[in-house]
Design a protein around this ligand. Sequence first.
Ligand SMILES: NC(=O)c1ccc[n+]([C@@H]2O[C@H](COP(=O)([O-])OP(=O)(O)OC[C@H]3O[C@@H](n4cnc5c(N)ncnc54)[C@H](OP(=O)(O)O)[C@@H]3O)[C@@H](O)[C@H]2O)c1
Length: 255
Amino acid sequence: MRIAVVTGASSGLGREFVRRLGAEGGLDEIWAVARRKDRLDALEALSPVPVRPLPMDLTRPESLEALSALLNREQPEIRVLVCAAGFGRIGQSRSISAADNSAMIDLNCRAAVDVTSAALPYLHSGSRILEICSTAAFQPMPGLNVYAATKAFLQSYTKALHHELLASGIHVTAVCPYWIRDTEFIPLAQKADPGGFRHFPLASRAGTVVRWALLDSRLNLWVSTPGPVCAVHRLAAKFIPHALMVPLLDLLRRV
Ligand SMILES: NC(=O)c1ccc[n+]([C@@H]2O[C@H](COP(=O)([O-])OP(=O)(O)OC[C@H]3O[C@@H](n4cnc5c(N)ncnc54)[C@H](OP(=O)(O)O)[C@@H]3O)[C@@H](O)[C@H]2O)c1
């Protein structure tokens, strides 16, 4: 059985990945992971490929155990793994609760690594892994501190994994989008501090990001910058010293 596994499938990028992977075909099932079961059930209507809803909270260890047990029982061939489950909190570090910080680290870092590790035995030559990071991974970000640090971790993990799996023909890509306006991420991130980022100029759309990301993963790029703003951001972070880049980003979020 040839499958795709998509985490964070109940909304935003994950949902769009399910839609596009379903339309591309070549799969027997898409396994869709997130907490909201009703949203996962509704995915069936979006995809010509059958969608198996796997409602689970990836911050709970028993969820990973259940996913591993299911993989062991079904022995599928995973053609595509997308780790899109993630969330952020905007605000100064002193205004973000310890619980939110732990949950971000747990979901954005530990869960992504655990899901990927559980999937690895079922990936073969030509299979693809897409870890959804962020342009926040490119440098530290005041006002989005812990979130940016989690994405830097995930980008680093993904780049090393790309190298490790190169010889086996498995493509691994760190997808680094800039702000996306038509997902639930920004309203949820603004809960703690609605004015922390005043504007989200040139924000992109989920459809555009997913189209670029899938193309870049086919090309086996180790980092995908899905859109011109992300590409410019990546270049700037590479060549402008972080000692200048960090205060510059702090200034931009206030205007
Ligand atoms: N939107 C942006 O501006 C932006 C920019 C750069 C990077 N990103 C990254 O893109 C990825 C997708 O975000 P999005 O924009 O599509 O946001 P979204 O619409 O909020 O989607 C987040 C997904 O993660 C799932 N999720 C959250 N907590 C979970 C948990 N504990 N266990 C399992 N699933 C969980 C949510 O489903 P349930 O609530 O049903 O569990 C939802 O499906 C994230 O990793 C985010 O960091 C987003």
